[in-house]
Design a protein around this ligand. Structure first.
Ligand code: PHB
Length: 361
């Protein structure tokens, strides 16, 4: 069980092997501003360095392989140029005293043939097209029909995560987060709405949690378990994610992860970026099963965040959209200052406008 003594958002916390100066986390945020070769740019380094006052920055979701990409101009972590680009980012964040982990992403079926090598179909547990859109060179478009992965391909998927974790550590990250939320590949395997397989990777909860377990084990062996976290979103409908009975599914998922001794578990409560009460769910039942740091996210105000941390119901709180428009969010939360409004037109793609030009106090 995590430490439940009295504490505030602005107190330090030891998260696995990573020492954090405060409990405010910048959530992973897709901004679609990678350069040619899906490489992090100096502008991205500036953007993250501006926000290094967070206790922890979780980098935007970053594809572990070309096949794992689902949106235009999202960065990767599989080429040497990408590692070099990310090293400039982590150096800039560390120079400002920040800590940063990389969120490792395989989108599975949430992709488009125009984003896949050779225009191929995206991969998924089952050949079921999601009712979802992705961001392509033509703007927002419906995702493509996926093909089902063969059982013989699963070791290749796990190896992609293992390789990406090694490259992330080469790039100077303090750790990695396995993205198992929001209807992407691992979440597609977890849920019976997207996983109709009848082999070892589908059907029972044990089989549907297999990819999560195998990936996280491999990543923890590579990056170190004290430098590995996982993100889950038990009831989100994001990207057409659906399960007939999420409570036992996610309880078992966390039970399987707990013995790995991970640094943290990051849980999106409710609908990602939407209502927190979209469906009933007992998050404490997951928390009780986990021994590392407990990170919560989704629509937290400063008051809610202080309460959840001081009561011991969470160790860390991740803020997403507020960090986009407020590079000095930590300071604003501390003094109760008003927050800048976000410009929705500049969220995805483009340059410095609506990215590095939000005003500080
Ligand atoms: C998005 O691009 O809107 C997005 C990306 C990754 C997520 C959720 C949303 O996990």
């Amino acid at each position: 069980m995590s430490d439940r003594s009295p504490r505030s958002l602005f107190d330090p916390v030891q998260m696995g092997d990573i020492a954090l100066a405060k409990r405010i986390v910048m959530a992973p945020l897709t901004r679609d501003r990678a350069g040619p070769g899906r490489t992090p740019t100096p502008l991205m380094a500036e953007y993250y360095a501006q926000r290094a006052d967070a206790g922890l920055i979780i980098a935007e979701a970053t594809q572990i392989s070309p096949e794992g990409q689902g949106y235009l101009d999202t960065p990767g972590i599989y080429s040497s140029a990408q590692v070099k680009g990310w090293k400039a980012v982590t150096d800039a964040v560390h120079a400002r005293g920040g800590k940063m982990v990389l969120q490792m992403w395989h989108v599975g079926r949430i992709s488009h043939t125009s984003l896949q090598l050779g225009g191929k179909a995206p991969v998924a547990p089952s050949a079921i097209r999601a009712k979802a859109k992705t961001f392509t060179a033509n703007g927002f478009e419906p995702v493509s029909e996926p093909r089902a992965l063969a059982a013989g391909e699963m070791p290749r998927i796990v190896a992609q995560y293992r390789y990406a974790a090694a490259r992330a550590m080469d790039a100077g990250f303090d750790g990695v987060e396995v993205h198992a939320a929001n209807g992407y590949l691992i979440d597609q395997f977890l849920r019976d709405g997207s996983n109709h397989r009848d082999d070892a990777w589908g059907g029972s909860i044990e089989n549907r949690t297999r990819l999560l377990y195998d990936v996280v084990s491999a990543v923890a062996q590579t990056a170190g378990s004290g430098r590995t976290g996982v993100r889950l979103s038990p009831v989100t409908p994001a990207n057409d994610a659906r399960d007939s009975n999420p409570q036992p599914l996610f309880e078992r998922a966390v039970e399987r992860l707990a013995p790995l001794g991970l640094a943290y578990l990051h849980v999106i409560e409710g609908a990602t970026g939407g209502p927190r009460d979209v469906a009933p769910f007992d998050y404490e039942a997951l928390h009780r099963r986990f021994h590392g740091s407990w990170m919560v996210n989704n629509g937290y105000t400063e008051k809610m965040a202080e309460e959840v941390v001081s009561s011991g119901l969470a160790d860390l709180v991740a803020f997403g959209r507020p960090f986009i428009a407020n590079p000095d969010l930590v300071k604003r939360l501390r003094i109760g200052a008003p927050l800048n409004a976000i410009n929705p037109a500049t969220l995805y793609g483009g340059g410095a406008e609506g990215y590095t030009d939000y005003r500080t106090l």
